[in-house]
Design a protein. Sequence first.
Length: 85
Amino acid sequence: MNPSFEALLAIATQWKKRHKECHGGVVLLWEGEAYAWKDSLRDAGHERPGVYAIDEAGNVFIAEGGDDYNGAKCWVVVDKTMHPR
């Protein structure tokens, strides 16, 4: 089951608190764990499908399509109202 929208935001917020040198950009999460920060949402092909990216405004994106070897095909906005809780 996918983590809730609120859980994703909480994980990203905690990561940013521990990494104060990272301003703006997006926090990347895989399997419920934050693992990286990037200054902007970049080519989805650099991430595997299922990776979440949370930006400074609280927008959540998920990498979809593709495969683990070649990377994801695109970023898709996660709709807060449609995401399971």
